[in-house]
Write a protein that binds this ligand. Structure first.
Ligand SMILES: Cc1cc2nc3c(=O)[nH]c(=O)nc-3n(C[C@H](O)[C@H](O)[C@H](O)COP(=O)(O)O)c2cc1C
Length: 179
């Protein structure tokens, strides 16, 4: 059994241990009167089926989330494993994040990135204080997939794709455990 190293909860240690948790990378974006606005998030998650709710955690330091919140409607674009540059672009504060990028409008009129493999059309449901972040719950009004690509994964501080060879189909397990 491997030794369990208990570490004091410093932000550095917290990030180092959380780096073992793989996350998909998404961009939350809204259409503001002055143009599209958005930011990269690794905290996007499903929350409830009935009613259909999703969630994510923007930091209080984000300059884009307050602008997205003010619109109240936004789309979540789950980035494909080819879209590392797009991820980095939306992870920077300021500047024209959408410049030269392909995007189109969702049924509710929010920006969906062409680099997305899946998208979710949302309306702000509620916000809850969560330390130096906010827990955002959003009501789902539509969703879809784009192309056949695989999601971009952020893990151990690096961007990765899902390696098809290591996939095990848990929904349709094979009878032969060796396969
Ligand atoms: C892979 C990745 C995941 C991130 N996840 C989050 C997150 O869940 N919440 C958050 O507030 N910021 C997250 N960030 C940082 C924001 O993207 C960044 O602080 C933000 O885009 C700053 O821009 P803004 O000032 O325009 O909001 C993440 C960045 C990266 C690269």
């Amino acid at each position: 059994m491997s030794t369990v190293a208990t570490r004091s909860i410093t932000s550095v240690a917290f990030r180092q241990v959380m780096a073992h948790v793989p996350t998909a990378v998404s961009v939350v974006a809204a259409t503001s009167p002055t143009g599209p606005v958005g930011l990269t998030l690794g905290s996007f998650t499903s929350v409830s089926l009935e009613p259909p709710l999703v969630g994510f955690f923007p930091a209080h330091s984000s300059t884009s989330w307050p602008r997205v919140r003010a619109i109240g409607r936004f789309a979540v674009s789950v980035l494909g494993d080819h879209a590392e540059d797009t991820c980095r672009r939306f992870a920077q504060s300021g500047g024209d994040k959408f410049g030269g990028l392909g995007w189109h409008l969702s049924p509710l009129g929010s920006p969906i990135l062409d680099d997305a493999v899946a998208w979710f059309d949302c309306e702000l449901e509620s916000e809850h204080e969560a330390g130096d972040h906010t827990c955002v719950l959003a009501r789902l009004h539509g969703f879809g997939t784009q192309g056949q690509g695989r999601p971009l994964i952020f893990c151990h501080g690096t961007y990765q794709g899902l390696d098809a060879t290591s996939r095990r189909d848990v929904l349709h397990p094979t009878t032969n455990p060796e396969v």
